[in-house]
Design a protein around this ligand. Sequence first.
Ligand SMILES: [Ca+2]
Length: 224
Amino acid sequence: MASFVCSGAIDHCAIDVDLDRDGRKERLTVEGGGVEGALVAIGPGGKRWELDHHVVTRECYSLELFGRPGIMILPYGMAIRFYEASGGWGSKWNYVDLYSFYTASWQGGLLQADIDGDGRQDLFCGNYWIQSPTSFELPWRLFAINAFHEHPVSATAQLHWDGKRLLWVESRRPKGRVVWFRPPEDIKQLWIAEPHPLNEKLDCPQLSLKDGQPVISASKRRCR
Ligand SMILES: [Ca+2]
């Protein structure tokens, strides 16, 4: 699995990645520690590298698309944007918006997995899974897993895929949903919900992994 949740319980992008592939990690973050600012990498000695001048994102991920290493962010929780490792220190990276959502809720959570079994890495994000095209330049296709959107943060999910089922955790709401989703026979239809025993029991449930197994805990401070 090449993707991961950044910063776990915190609301901003901060991951350690070897962006320049020199064997040492830089800290990729949104400057100012908030949701909005320059997308920067901070290297050894505090050396600063601006990848983009201004973004609004709560999350960032390091992954590869079609063998191209890069960074994924979720601008405004309304798009999936891939920055390709297209330049060295000091240069801005080129990006492509793979998909823009038209949904009432901020979309959150990102996982990479071959969901339809065709050998290509697809994506889970928020309410959706997004099917990989056959090559980098072609469009991605969106399919809904669920339709949770009654609140602006309903779809700021934390996600875990065990290869057969998706654990979907509504991480920013009191008594948040915790639901396992199984793909139906036609994977392009809404998925089949199996509520977890902790469904709607915890305030802002948070997902973490222990020995590869999902652990759910409450975090009231995320209920903002
Ligand atoms: Ca696939």
